[in-house]
Write a protein that binds this ligand. Structure first.
Ligand code: ADP
Length: 185
């Protein structure tokens, strides 16, 4: 059982590294962004509710995200743990996750934060060509400012708990993954 949070600004490579970790550690990857995009694609009630928020690069309300993550984490597939990507993204979400884990006798085993200079983040996002509606220069600018304002405080929240491992997020995908393996073991 291993619960890992992979944290960092948009474009830091969380999703890419989380996929590699999922295979290597055999623990499921839970990406809130992927779940929202899937719901938008399938035009579910949740998808309809969050579409304009994602399009603008803003944050989905805490309550919606927290309910979603709790539901998801209650599934048996997460009995072996989880790699959380894109959550928690606000201090309120971090507090909700902590209570949920505590109630269920679980804990966070590693909090990994990927560090990448802002200039490189913008270049990566604008050149990744995934066709995401929030990958335009204006929206990327907004996502980075939302990150600084709402999400960066989550890092301090976990730093105070003494659980944060900083990972240099610049280099090849394999180099960064090696750093993650070293940090987790
Ligand atoms: P990125 O890290 O590149 O911004 P994500 O896939 O993690 O991409 O998130 C995409 C969008 O999904 C966010 O801009 C936000 O609108 C929404 N979202 C994802 N996770 C959360 C969350 N924990 N809280 C609020 N909104 C979220």
């Amino acid at each position: 059982m291993m619960n890992i949070i992979i944290f960092g600004p948009p474009g830091a490579g969380k999703g890419t590294q989380a996929e590699k970790m999922q295979k290597h550690f055999n623990i499921p990857h839970l990406s809130t962004g992927n779940i929202f995009r899937e719901n938008i694609k399938n035009e579910t009630p949740l998808g309809k509710k969050v579409k304009s928020i994602l399009d603008a690069g803003n944050l989905v309300p805490d309550e919606t995200v927290v309910d979603l993550v709790k539901d998801e984490l209650s599934k048996p597939k997460y009995d072996k743990g989880v790699i959380l990507d894109g959550f928690p993204r606000t201090v309120a979400q971090a507090e909700a996750l902590d209570s949920f884990f505590e109630e269920n006798g679980k804990k966070i085993d590693a909090f990994l934060t990927l560090t990448v200079p802002e200039e490189e983040l913008i270049n990566r996002i604008l050149s990744r060509g995934e066709g995401r509606s929030d990958d335009t220069p204006e929206k990327v600018k907004n996502r980075l400012s939302v990150y600084q304002k709402e999400t960066a405080p989550v890092l301090n929240y976990y730093k105070e708990k003494g659980a944060v491992k900083e990972i240099d997020g610049v280099g090849s995908i394999e180099e960064i993954f090696d750093r993650i393996k070293d940090a987790v073991s």
